[in-house]
Design a protein around this ligand. Structure first.
Ligand SMILES: [Zn+2]
Length: 287
């Protein structure tokens, strides 16, 4: 790549330095992530480009939990044209847009237009950030909760906390993670010390399997269909089994893990600014 242009102006040869340094393209940033993540890059993976041109020179990197249009607007306004998102951009796990395009979906079209107009490049960093050792999302979330000292060294999804009740644990998590619409299932007075944590949408099969274990009295999750894990815990409570569920919401259950990702990226990306852009919690409660 040319670092300077030689321009002929009024018969004079002058050397015009175009940039103090070469701007990396999006693909080069992804190469660096693949070299630094510490685990082999495995395919198939959802960690791929979702929109924009991977050869676009990068002015800045915005790291976020979910590439909502609100996040994209804030990234563009802050001069970041490369968005690294943990979750999908186009409303399904594989970011397939064909069905909505067939329906001429206006919401999708407006988002795609914004991405085009601002030359944004969007890349998902999900599978390999979880595969990172330790799991980058759990690392950031454990730090946000201040639960490092309670974490089981053999299984980082398990915690032994000082005795509390389901109500007080839910209140504590809501406060620490700054959640508006946290919900809990089970007996609020349930006394507990054994907590499991599955951020995001791990699926009811994994969630119920964790709840079956003697080492989990209360499970913290991002989200679940209400007719699966929620009904299971409701039944467990009716059967007087010592089980409870705390539903944080997907964004807030993993968000600090992408703040951790931002810190990590800054350890090996020095030629473009890297910033964290928080995804707002989508839920609110009537006042
Ligand atoms: Zn995740």
């Amino acid at each position: 790549m040319k670092r300077e242009w030689i321009a002929l102006i009024a018969g004079l040869a002058v050397i015009v330095p175009m940039h103090a340094q070469h701007k990396p393209i999006a693909r080069e940033i992804v190469d660096r992530i693949q070299k630094n993540v510490g685990v082999p890059w495995t395919t198939p993976t959802v960690d791929t480009f979702k929109a924009g041109n991977p050869d676009e020179p990068i002015t800045g990197i915005a790291v976020t939990m979910m590439a909502t249009l609100d996040v994209l607007e804030r990234a563009a306004a802050a001069g970041s044209n490369f968005v690294i998102t943990h979750e999908p951009t186009f409303y399904n796990h594989l970011d397939s847009t064909s069905q909505l395009e067939k329906q001429n979906d206006a919401v999708l079209a407006a988002k795609q237009k914004f991405i085009r107009d601002h030359h944004l490049v969007i890349w998902r960093f999900h599978d390999h950030w979880h595969m990172h050792k330790p799991d980058g999302i759990l690392l950031g979330m454990t730090h946000a909760l201040g639960w490092e000292k309670f974490q089981n060294p053999e299984n980082q999804h398990l915690f032994t906390v000082p005795e509390t009740t389901l109500n007080d644990l839910a209140e504590n998590v809501k406060h620490k993670l700054d959640v508006r619409a946290l919900r809990a299932v089970g007996d609020p007075h349930l006394k507990l010390t054994k907590v499991g944590f599955l951020p995001g949408a791990a699926g009811s099969a994994r969630q119920i399997q964790m709840l079956e274990g003697d080492d989990v009295e209360v499970l913290l999750i991002g989200e679940t269909p209400e007719w699966e894990t929620v009904e299971y815990v409701a039944d467990a409570a009716t059967e007087h089994k010592r089980k409870g569920l705390i539903i944080i919401g997907h964004v807030k259950s993993e968000q600090a893990g992408m703040e951790e990702c931002t810190r990590w990226l800054k350890t090996f990306i020095h030629d473009v600014p890297v910033q964290f852009i928080a995804t707002p919690e989508p839920f609110w409660l009537p006042q």
